[in-house]
Design a protein around this ligand. Structure first.
Ligand SMILES: Cc1cc2nc3c(=O)[nH]c(=O)nc-3n(C[C@H](O)[C@H](O)[C@H](O)COP(=O)(O)OP(=O)(O)OC[C@H]3O[C@@H](n4cnc5c(N)ncnc54)[C@H](O)[C@@H]3O)c2cc1C
Length: 382
C-alpha cells in the first residue's frame, strides 16, 4: 500500500480551498480567489493528464449567440433573460481577455456570420428587434444582412441569406488553457493532474476529498471548503445541480491553398459551426441529428455525424474544393434546463458551479467570479 510522507501531507494534501476540475470554470475560479486573497492555499484536482472536459476540446468561438439561437432561446427563457445572458457572455469574455491578454490567447475580433436557409430564414423578421435590444450591450449594431458576400465566400447554393455579426471573435483554445494554467500556477495554485476525485465528505469545519491516483493510491485532501467544477461529468460528486452530458464532434482539415472567407460561422440555430485556423477549416456540431445518442460522456466520434459534417463541408462550405480531413475529435458539454448559469451549495462547505450550456469560452470567467464571491463569503465568516 502506498504511504504518504509528512511533507506531502503538509504541502500537497492541505488547502484552504480544493477545486475539482481544471476546465475554464475551475481554473478561472482559482484565478479569482487568488487575485482577491493571494495568501490562500489552493489546490485544483484534475482527473485527466490533460484537462479532459470541454475546455481543451472546443472550437474557440468567442461568441454571444447567433440570431436563430437567441430567438429559439427566447421561446423558453423570454427575450429579457436572453439579453441578460448575452450581456453576461460579453462581460465574461472581457474578463478573460483582460486577465490573460489578447496576445496570450490569440483573441481576434474577426467577426462572425450566420448562414440561413429554409425555415431559419424566418429569423429575418426579428433582426430589427434584436438590434434595438442588444445595442446597449455592444454599443453598435449586433447583426446586419450580408447576402452580397455569399458568392464572394463561395458558399453552396443552399445558402439563401447571410447575416454578419461584427462583434464575434475567436481564440486559440489550447493557448488560452495553457495561459490560464500558467496564470494560476504563478499565483501559487497547485494543479494536480491525474487525480480523479471519487467522493467528498463534509465535516463540521472542513471537507475531505478522496481521490485515487494510479501511482499513489487513495489520497485524502483536507480543505476548509471545496468547489466542484466538473461540468456534466461525475454527478455523484456534486449532486445538487443535475446537468446532462452532450457530446460535440469536430473535424479539422489539412490546410487549403486558399480560403475565400475568414471568421467564425454558424448555421441551424448554432448546432453547426465552422471557422478557419489559418487556411484549415475547423467544423463541428450536428448533435441535433441524434440527441439521444449524443447524450453521453463517451469521448468517441460516430459515422453518422462525421458523414453529415463532411457532406456539408463539400456541399455548403467549400463546394468543389479538394479538402482532406486531418483530425477528428469529440468533447463533452453540459446542459440543463433552464439553460442558465448556476451555483449551488451541496453541503455547508461544498459549492457546485455549472453554467456554460455549450458556450463557456465567453461565459466561464463570469460564472467563476460569482462562485468565488460565494466561497470568499464562507471563508471570511469563520
Ligand atoms: C466540441 C466542442 C466545441 C465547443 N465549442 C465552443 C466554442 O466554440 N465556444 C464556446 O464558448 N464554447 C464551446 N464549447 C463549450 C465549452 O468548451 C464549455 O462550455 C466549457 O469548456 C465548459 O467549461 P467547464 O470548466 O465548465 O467544464 P470542462 O471544461 O468540461 O471541465 C471540467 C473538468 O473537470 C474534470 N473532472 C471531471 N470529473 C472529475 C473528477 N471526478 N475529479 C477531477 N476532475 C474531474 C474534467 O476532466 C474536466 O477537465 C464547446 C464544447 C465542445 C465539447
Amino acid at each position: 500500500m502506498a504511504t504518504v510522507s509528512f511533507w506531502e501531507q503538509e504541502e500537497f494534501l492541505r488547502a484552504d480551498v480544493c477545486i475539482v476540475g481544471a476546465g475554464i470554470i475551475g481554473l478561472s475560479l482559482a484565478a479569482e480567489l487568488l487575485e482577491s486573497q493571494p495568501a490562500l492555499r489552493l489546490i485544483v484536482l484534475e482527473r485527466g493528464s490533460l484537462p479532459t472536459g470541454a475546455s481543451t476540446k472546443n472550437a474557440g468561438f468567442a461568441c454571444f449567440g447567433s440570431p436563430t439561437e437567441l430567438v429559439r432561446d427566447a421561446t423558453t427563457l423570454g427575450i429579457e433573460r436572453v439579453c441578460q445572458l448575452v450581456e453576461q457572455r460579453k462581460r465574461g469574455l472581457d474578463l478573460l481577455r483582460s486577465r490573460l491578454g489578447d496576445g496570450a490567447i490569440e483573441y481576434e475580433q474577426c467577426g462572425g456570420y450566420e448562414l440561413l436557409w429554409g425555415k431559419h430564414t424566418r429569423v429575418l423578421d426579428h433582426l430589427d428587434e434584436l438590434n434595438v435590444l442588444l445595442r446597449p450591450i455592444f454599443g453598435s449594431t449586433y447583426v446586419r444582412r450580408a447576402d452580397e458576400r455569399i458568392a464572394i465566400f463561395g458558399f453552396g447554393q443552399a445558402v439563401e441569406h447571410l447575416l454578419e455579426l461584427p462583434h464575434e471573435g475567436r481564440i486559440h483554445t489550447g493557448r488560452m488553457m495553457r495561459a490560464l494554467l500558467g496564470y494560476v500556477a504563478s499565483r501559487g495554485a497547485l494543479v494536480l493532474s491525474g487525480t480523479p476525485v471519487e467522493r467528498i465528505e463534509t465535516e463540521q469545519r472542513s471537507v475531505t476529498l478522496i481521490a485515487r491516483s494510479p501511482t499513489a493510491g487513495e489520497l485524502r485532501f483536507r480543505a476548509r471548503s471545496a468547489a466542484v467544477a466538473t461540468n456534466a461529468l461525475v454527478p455523484a460528486l456534486g449532486g445538487c445541480i443535475r446537468a446532462r452530458p452532450g457530446r460535440g464532434q469536430v473535424l479539422i482539415t489539412e490546410p487549403l491553398e486558399r480560403l475565400p472567407w475568414d471568421g467564425v460561422f454558424h448555421f441551424d440555430e448554432g448546432y453547426f459551426y465552422f471557422r478557419n485556423v489559418g487556411t484549415r477549416i475547423l467544423f463541428g456540431g450536428g448533435r441535433n441529428l441524434d440527441f439521444e445518442g449524443e447524450t453521453t460522456d463517451e469521448l468517441a466520434i460516430t459515422e453518422r455525424i462525421q458523414t453529415q459534417l463532411e457532406e456539408y463541408l463539400h456541399s455548403v462550405i467549400v463546394p468543389g474544393a479538394p479538402v482532406q480531413i486531418a483530425q477528428r475529435w469529440a468533447g463533452i458539454m453540459g446542459f440543463r434546463e433552464p439553460a442558465l448559469p448556476v451555483t449551488a451549495w451541496c453541503s455547508e462547505r461544498v459549492l457546485q458551479v455549472f453554467g456554460c450550456n455549450g458556450m463557456g469560452v465567453a461565459l466561464g470567467s463570469l460564472v467563476a467570479r460569482d462562485a468565488a464571491g460565494e466561497l470568499a463569503t464562507l471563508l471570511l465568516h469563520e
